[in-house]
Design a protein around this ligand. Structure first.
Ligand SMILES: Cc1ncc(COP(=O)(O)O)c(C=O)c1O
Length: 388
């Protein structure tokens, strides 16, 4: 018997990331513009890295608080108060190993074997994968792509709730579609969750990457403190810190001991010296966030304009996040097409199949990048589309 057969089924059957196949194919090619990964091209700014390096050199290398160092939890509360215009307490914040671990812990806290968790598809594959590994059953409710972009049919969401449903995962603004729930939609989801006694895991990590105002609509605008909502978040995108692996959960302080325990039994906390960098990001990083968002807005407009001009791409400018999820007339297998785009256009895209069933005809572009490269990639893609 092969060793693998003896593994727990949920681990053995965890799906491979569909983005990697194209990245492996194109990596290292001369002049290739890689738009497949969910990150920008900027390194972490020095005002964030320097305090972390100093703390490391200064000997901050011991075990630390499971929930995060007090200074960081205070900075998180202050940052949230500034962005959301409400008061927050440091007791609501729990520092995690990236947004991914925040998601994993929120899943551990709410769904297990035999439970359904609803998510909106197309979706970032880790939501589906982490639910499966945890033993829960992810149930997709499809977003619709129409003339006004991606939309959620809340009646369809309601119809998907059963006695097994324990939670709804709401990623808004969304990776990969850019779908961003308006306040009315959030209200409907919240009312449904209240009525059916469901948890909401709110992944609002792209809230600052919103092109209709200073931030996207949030459950924070409409919720009561006692609502069953857990927020996951990350330093990765706003402050160009994807490789650091540091994020946070925001939850009711009543849940504090439970999250502390879940952190203890997984990573046992985030390196203290990294948390010093995170404090600097929150306290000094506003201009950097705003610069990135403005750059992404221009990049989005360049990319959408070039693809629309071909007359053969179905594109709608995303209201949030930094991805374009689009289809090209005549393309049904975007994985095969993505290999061809690497060969002929020297541009790397993620195939829609990586984001769930039904998305095979779509491509995802990450446009959080230098504008001259976005322009070049847009031209190359447009000529690939026109030559088909
Ligand atoms: C929707 C969404 N949530 C969470 C994350 C997790 O971010 P990280 O683990 O890098 O902090 C990502 C990363 O791409 C994402 O797209």
């Amino acid at each position: 018997m092969a060793l693998i057969d003896d593994l727990r089924a949920q681990a053995r059957l965890a799906p491979e990331s569909g983005i990697v196949a194209v990245a492996n194919y194109g990596r290292g090619r001369e002049g290739l513009i890689p738009l497949w990964a969910g990150e920008g091209d900027l390194p972490t700014p020095d005002f964030i890295s320097a305090p972390a390096a100093r703390a490391l050199e200064g000997g901050e290398t011991f075990y630390t608080y499971q929930r995060g160092i007090p200074e960081l939890r205070v900075s998180l509360a202050t940052y949230h108060s500034r962005v959301f215009g409400q008061q927050f307490s440091p007791e609501q914040f729990f520092v995690t190993g990236g947004g991914m671990q925040a998601i994993q812990l929120c899943l551990q806290a709410t769904v297990g074997a035999g439970d359904d968790i609803i998510y909106f598809a197309p979706a970032w594959p880790n939501i589906f994968g982490a639910s499966l590994v945890g033993g829960a059953n992810p149930v997709a409710v499809g977003l619709d792509f129409g003339a006004n972009g991606w939309a959620l049919d809340t009646d369809r969401l309601e119809a998907a709730v059963t006695d097994r449903t324990r939670a709804i995962f709401v990623n808004s603004p969304s990776n990969p579609t850019g779908w961003t729930a308006d306040t009315e939609t959030l209200q409907r989801i919240l009312e449904l969750a209240r009525r059916r006694g469901l948890w909401i895991i709110a992944d609002e990590i792209y809230t600052r990457f919103y092109y209709g105002g200073a931030r996207a609509p949030s459950f924070l605008d409409i919720m009561e403190p006692e609502d069953r909502i857990l927020f996951v978040n990350t330093f990765s995108k706003n402050w160009a810190m994807t490789g650091w692996r540091i994020g946070w959960i925001m939850a009711h302080p009543e849940l504090g001991q439970t999250f502390e325990n879940l952190i203890q039994y997984s990573t046992s906390g985030v390196a203290q010296f990294m948390q010093r960098g995170a404090v600097a990001a929150l306290e000094q990083g506003e201009a950097f966030v705003e610069m990135q968002v403005e750059r992404a807005r221009s990049a989005r407009d360049i990319m959408c304009g070039a693809l629309e001009a071909t007359g053969r791409a179905r594109v709608s400018p995303p209201p949030g996040a930094f991805y374009l999820f689009f289809a090209v007339d005549g393309v049904t297998d975007s994985l095969e097409a993505a290999f061809d785009i690497v060969d002929k256009a020297n541009v790397g895209l993620a195939p829609g199949s990586a984001f769930g069933e039904g998305a095979e005809a779509y491509f995802r572009i990450c446009f959080n990048r230098r504008l001259d490269q976005v322009e070049q990639a847009a031209e190359r893609l447009a000529s690939w589309i026109s030559s088909r």
